[in-house]
Design a protein around this ligand. Structure first.
Ligand code: DQQ
Length: 519
């Protein structure tokens, strides 16, 4: 056992006093301008209709998702005054099924002059003996030499802060009087943020991992332990990674810093997730129960497209559910003109395949959105090509709000969706010597692992400017497409591709709100 761990087991008891900090209220300054924005956003065809997103402005990472008093609470990084990143608050929405959402008021706001004066960054929520408790990163601008976050644009000191709520709906939060973890005094530290937690019921101890890293070495997770969530002792790195050896002003872009880590048991293994260099990675392995060090055995890319800052929670039945932020692929000036940015990916139920690869499936609750359905008749491949074209033309998804499920056992294979203006989205599967290659836009996944070279199962969700494709439940591609649809979306009827579709079903999906504000 590490000596630091022994010491922390003896550590002192908690202080019990709370300091209540005022919340900042930033109401819209011009009612008529705000109203015009709302009307514009409600009619913007690029805004998703069944993915969670705020009614306006910028959002990023999911924060502290928690099932509480029979409801799923989702918090997320939010800028209340612009459609670009900045002034991070925790926005709040609630759901009974993780699909339909109701917006609630902002839950956490920066406190002027305090440790989170420049932002309430990402964190996690837990039940501390029945009290909802958030651990999050507070950031405050400091001189560069004192900063733990130096990305070329900001010099922030990052501390881990705590807030509790005794409100049954988690509407109001009280911040603990001071940060609960100060950053290590280490000139090689690349960052210190995005805490995650777990509790060891046997020892009644809390463990907390913080995303960090070392310059020119790689990202890592610093592990802390506590009896009471307020007094923490540093233990050791839980896991470490490798630097890409590419110099970059922002250590996140070079793999020298990990962001938004998560770590949890799944089946007989442990799973580590982290975001770095624009992608999310999963690692499956074992946690040494004595040394509390993670030994990775298998690694992969969680999503090959636009997906970042993942975070998991347990659902009402104890299943592990993954959330993630779908970032934009547009410039800041385009975002400001649009008036909104970012949305939450659909929930994904996690499991391990027999080969210990991470698998992800959208939970069955999504079926509550099913509306008109289409299905190719069985034995349709034997029909004449004109009958095939006729059958496929029946499938029409209006307003880019739909789902497709299909199987295809032969490659090369391509499925293209098109509207009156031409191709809108496509996936290509090319056989390779030892597997296959899946391509969606500029995103590519190489499939090896001794699996058969046929990728068979596909599931696609289309929503405004978002397309989420699940291949074999393990190669996932989230795309952003900023072309307004011209008429319905249809499957392109290229004869050789159609002949390789074994079966196909599609559904028009119902929006989760009457407008595109998801309120
Ligand atoms: N977003 C948050 C940080 C996190 C980053 C700030 C990842 O806490 O590291 O908005 O997208």
């Amino acid at each position: 056992m590490h000596s630091s761990r022994r010491n922390f087991l003896k550590s002192a008891a908690a202080s019990t006093s709370f300091a209540v900090f005022p919340r900042i209220c930033r109401a819209g300054s011009n009612f008529f301008a705000e109203d015009a924005l709302q009307t514009k956003l409600a009619a913007d065809p690029l805004r998703p209709q069944f993915h969670l997103l705020p009614s306006r402005n910028w959002m990023n990472d999911p924060n502290g998702p928690i099932f509480w008093n029979g409801h799923y609470h989702m918090f997320f990084q939010y800028n209340p005054s612009a459609a670009v990143w900045g002034d991070m608050h925790w926005n709040h929405a609630v759901s009974t099924d993780m699909i339909h959402w109701r917006h609630l008021p902002i839950a956490l706001a920066p406190t002027p002059a305090w440790a989170d004066a420049d932002g309430c960054f990402t964190g996690s929520a837990v039940s501390d003996n029945g009290v909802a408790t958030i651990l999050y990163t507070g950031v405050k601008t400091v001189p560069k030499e004192q900063a733990t976050l130096r990305d070329g644009n900001h010099n922030y000191r990052e501390t881990q802060c705590l807030a509790t709520s005794r409100d049954p709906q988690l509407l109001t939060w009280e911040k603990w009087k001071e940060p609960v973890i100060e950053p290590p005094d280490d000139p090689n530290l690349t960052g210190f943020r995005d805490p995650f937690l777990w509790r060891d019921e046997k020892s009644k101890l809390w463990y907390l991992g913080v995303a960090s890293g070392q310059f020119k070495v790689g990202g890592r997770i610093l592990l802390y332990g506590s009896k009471d969530l307020r007094n923490w002792e540093y233990l050791h790195p839980l896991a470490s990674g490798h630097w890409s050896e590419r110099e970059n002003t922002n250590p996140v872009d070079s793999g020298e810093m990990w962001e938004c880590p998560d770590f949890f048991p799944l089946g007989k293994k442990h799973v580590l997730l982290y975001s770095t260099a624009g992608q999310v990675f999963w690692e499956v392995g074992d946690l040494d129960p004595k040394e509390l060090v993670f030994h990775s055995q298998k690694r992969g890319v969680l999503d090959h497209g636009a997906y970042y800052a993942q975070k998991t929670q347990l659902d009402a039945k104890g299943n592990r559910i993954l959330w993630g932020w779908i970032p934009e692929r547009r410039s800041d000036s385009e975002l400001i003109a649009a008036g909104w940015a970012g949305c939450m990916a659909l929930p994904r139920l996690l499991s391990l395949a027999p080969d210990d690869a991470l698998e992800m499936r959208v939970p069955a609750a999504i079926q509550s959105l099913h509306s008109a359905s289409f299905e190719l008749p069985s034995g349709w491949q034997k029909a004449s090509s004109s009958t095939q074209s006729h059958n496929i033309a029946q499938i029409q998804i209006q307003g880019v709000c739909g789902e497709f499920i299909w199987k295809s056992s032969s490659a090369p294979f391509r499925l293209t969706l098109e509207d009156d203006a031409g191709p809108w989205w496509s996936v290509t599967v090319e056989p390779q010597e030892t597997g296959s290659r899946i391509e969606v836009g500029s995103s590519i996944a190489e499939v090896h692992e001794g699996r058969s070279n046929a990728v068979r199962d596909f599931r696609l969700f289309l929503d405004g400017s978002v397309a989420e494709l699940f291949c074999e439940n393990r190669y996932i591609f989230t795309s952003r497409i900023y072309r307004k649809p011209s008429g319905a979306l249809r499957v392109s009827s290229n004869k050789s591709d159609l002949s390789k579709i074994d079966s196909l079903k599609a559904w028009q999906l119902k929006p989760i709100s009457k407008d595109r504000l998801t309120t």
